[in-house]
Design a protein around this ligand. Structure first.
Ligand code: AMP
Ligand code: ZN
Length: 116
């Protein structure tokens, strides 16, 4: 995807603060961190969202989750973290390249949703 912002990060056309990389996935700090630890983990291959992921994307999706703890611990969230994957319009997904937010830090991140 030539004009996808996260594909541009994968290609090095936009700078990012990388915290982990292998052949299939890339992790980098969110540009607007919501917590002391806020990392985005993406497949290097363009997948728009969980709503468009295919069955053969399962290995890379599994890898994103399997690496989450290692990334969180390395970035300063040794005692747990939260993974968020916003999906589509209802999920308020802003960047249409699938990404898992890993949010954490020394203190608890709070309840999952605001009480209404
Ligand atoms: P979402 O609403 O789940 O699509 O979240 C998109 C996230 O991407 C937001 O938390 C943004 O702060 C983050 N973001 C957007 N552009 C960049 C960038 N160039 N580098 C790092 N994070 C970014
Ligand atoms: Zn992309």
């Amino acid at each position: 995807m030539s004009d996808c912002i996260f594909c541009k990060i994968v290609r090095g056309e936009i700078p990012s603060k990388k915290v982990f990389e292998d052949d299939d996935i890339l992790a980098f700090n969110d540009i607007t961190p919501q917590r002391p630890v806020h990392v985005l983990v993406i497949p290097k291959k363009h997948i728009t969202s969980l709503a468009t992921a295919a069955a053969d994307d399962a290995p890379v999706l599994g890898k994103i989750l399997a690496k989450a703890n290692e990334i969180a611990v390395a970035q300063g969230s040794p005692d747990g973290f939260r993974v968020i994957i916003n999906t589509g319009r209802v999920g308020n997904q802003e960047v249409p390249h699938l990404h898992a937010h890993i949010v954490g830090g020394p203190d608890p991140v709070g309840p999952m949703l605001k009480r209404i």
